[in-house]
Ligand binder design. Structure first.
Ligand SMILES: [Zn+2]
Length: 206
């Protein structure tokens, strides 16, 4: 993928849909909450070996925190840094909960055939031969899952407003998957799934 700073690759993800695309070491990945209050479920696989993937578990073990802060390194299941958070307008992200899937809507809400992050990402990764069961737990960018004093956590309307973004420095050639979460039955996306914009930049001045 070849881009220049003045002409970035932009990938518009309609609310409730998903996509996957390659990024290269040295590039920057910006994820924009276009209208506000929208979660982006983000996963990634190493481009050279699909057995290596972006891991919330290993990242938590490295940062010893249940959120993300600027400067954090996001690690793979092989404990290698894949991304570095270099900019954050929101400061509210979830690295605990699973992505939504068709079972979630069927079992918890009695709804059949609802779009889900897992089916979005399975469809998006199909050109790379990556199947549903291989998709790891997500980094739920912009999600508001506050940690309570008793160590329970909530699921509340995200604080992000229109145009807020995060930027990651890409530290490993990867295939990134992003789902603009279709959840409209709880506060996760303000009850109104809306678009996410991804930009792949060759340069970024923090
Ligand atoms: Zn979802």
């Amino acid at each position: 993928m070849t881009t220049v700073a003045s002409d970035p690759t932009e990938i518009f993800i309609p609310g409730g849909h998903g996509t996957a695309f390659p990024v290269s070491k040295g590039q920057f990945l910006e994820i924009v909450d276009v209208e506000g209050q929208q979660v982006a479920d983000v996963v990634a696989f190493a481009a050279l070996d699909r057995r290596e993937w972006l891991s919330t578990t290993h990242t938590r073990s490295a940062t010893l925190r249940l959120g993300l802060e600027v400067g954090d390194l996001l690690e793979s299941n092989w404990r290698r840094p894949m991304f570095k958070l270099v900019h954050d307008d929101v400061g509210s992200h979830d690295v605990i909960t699973s992505m939504c899937d068709d079972r979630r809507y069927r079992l918890d809400y009695g709804v059949e055939g609802h779009r889900s992050c897992r089916t979005n990402l399975a469809e998006a990764y199909s050109p790379w031969g990556i199947t549903e069961w291989e998709i790891p737990d997500p980094f739920n960018i912009f999600q508001n899952a506050p940690i309570h004093p008793d160590r329970s956590f909530g699921n509340e309307i995200p604080p992000g407003t229109a145009g807020d973004s995060v930027v990651f420095e890409v530290l490993m050639d990867s295939i990134v998957g992003i789902s603009s979460c279709p959840q409209d039955l709880n506060p996760c996306n303000g009850f109104n799934p809306s678009p996410i914009l991804a930009r792949v930049l060759n340069h970024y001045d923090a």
